[in-house]
Design a protein around this ligand. Structure first.
Ligand code: CBA
Length: 401
């Protein structure tokens, strides 16, 4: 008799279930706008040219071996990745109070950080934006934290519910953790302005909340690595503590290499030493040590100024193509006189936009028009091309008219 026969069917994942539905659709004109992965104008995945060159260089370097990395990952990668997010002149770096651990991309960085906090942070409540990335609640709950939400998106204005956000964070207990998406908010595409970030920072510090930044799109939102790190750097500049999860999935196109890092900014070198050793106690029983290849690619690119510059050019190219898709879709809806205000499509930033379509309109888009997006109406602008914008605009026009 089977022991496993009592396993219950898993609930569907909001992102994956749409990807599978699209995959199974036989229509030759189907359009998958649900996955957060970049596509070229030809609708193909992109391996950056600078990544190909870095891999060539690595393959030709016969001095390299396949030994285990240290528990906290490739040292050169950790150093360069931290400088990328904090900036070369970061006071925290100079004062040696930063702990960085290479993890399995953004998800792994969030999980290791959450497990660390569940053990060492006296307050186990973690506040996440409403809405936020579908995986956030599960990552934090499974790590042993209790998830609560703060108001973030305002469906009426399709912008930030700033007042609600400040009220909810203001009511959080001291020591509570607050997840802040550094830029290109997923799923809404709505980011706080610089001035709003400063007010959020003052409130977080005055209420002794612990910021946990999720930086999965640095450089991918605005095209500038520094601009997209501004919110993080404002908090680090005030000398307070924070955690930062970084991912190279999108901005370097290294989705499948699973390369990212968890950075913990402490208030002193002494605290950093203790934190560093405690994080290693999370990593060792979880996966022992992280994979070497992705970290080597990133380190090869970041340490070589020519390759770094080439990367920033390709990165800006991806960001610009997405911005152009926003402008083309907005223009197409305006040209059709589609009812409603669609200006949020060009105001939002990063890979995603909340169309504002209802769940039943989203299902109609899939059933009638073979266009797939997540049920919350999120579309990945990176999956659009000049050729498919008219098809999407026609379908939106049809379902809202
Ligand atoms: C805000 C945010 N944080 C972290 C991650 C983790 O990314 P990784 O572990 O690969 O570094 C994603 C990816 N989210 C998606 O792009 C998305 O929302 O479509 C996608 O990967 C997914 O969820 O399947 C994200 O959107």
């Amino acid at each position: 008799n089977s022991i496993l026969s009592s396993v219950l069917p898993a609930p569907e994942d909001p992102v994956l279930s749409v990807i599978f539905a699209c995959r199974d659709d036989p229509s030759p004109v189907k359009l998958n706008l649900s996955a957060g992965t970049y596509r070229t104008e030809e609708g193909k995945p992109l391996v950056l040219d600078v990544v190909r060159r870095a891999e060539q260089q690595l393959a030709n370097d016969l001095s390299r071996d396949k030994e285990y990395l240290p528990l906290n990952g490739l040292p050169e990668f950790n150093k360069l990745s931290t400088k990328l997010i904090l900036g070369d002149d970061s006071p925290a770096l100079k004062e040696n109070r930063v702990v960085t651990t290479q993890c399995l991309s953004g998800t792994g960085s969030l999980r290791v950080g959450a497990e660390f906090l569940a053990t060492h942070n006296k307050e186990s409540v973690i506040f996440v934006p409403n809405p936020t990335w579908g995986n956030h609640p599960r990552i934090f709950t499974l790590a042993g934290l209790s998830v609560q939400y703060f108001r973030y998106y305002d469906p009426k204005s399709r912008g930030l519910d700033f007042k609600g956000m400040l009220e909810d964070l203001g009511a959080a207990p001291p020591g509570a953790i607050v997840v802040l998406q550094a830029c290109a908010h997923n799923p809404t595409g709505v980011d706080p302005t610089f001035e709003q970030w400063e007010k959020i920072r003052r409130l977080v510090r005055s209420k002794s909340l612990l910021p946990f930044f999720d930086s999965a799109y640095q450089g991918f939102a605005s095209g500038s690595l520094d601009a997209d790190a501004q919110a993080v750097r404002m908090f680090v500049a005030d000398g307070g503590e924070c955690l930062i999860a970084q991912s190279y999935a999108k901005n370097m196109g290294l989705y499948g290499e699973r390369i990212g890092s968890l950075t913990i900014v402490c208030t002193s070198e002494d605290v950093a030493k203790k934190v560093e050793n405690q994080v290693l106690l999370v990593v060792r029983p979880m996966y022992l040590t992280p994979p070497i290849h992705g970290a080597s690619i990133v380190a090869t690119i970041l340490k070589n100024s020519d390759m770094y510059n080439d990367w920033t050019i390709e990165l800006k190219g991806m960001a610009d193509r997405i911005i152009s898709m926003r402008q083309q879709l907005y223009a197409a809806l305006e040209a059709r006189g589609t009812p409603g205000d669609w200006s949020h499509i060009i105001k939002h930033i990063g890979m995603f936009t909340f169309t504002g379509l209802s769940e039943e309109q989203v299902r109609l888009m899939a059933k009638e028009y073979h266009i797939y997006m997540t049920y919350d109406g999120r579309i990945s602008m990176a999956s659009l091309s000049s050729k498919t914008v008219p098809q999407l605009a026609d379908a939106i026009h049809a379902v809202v008219t």
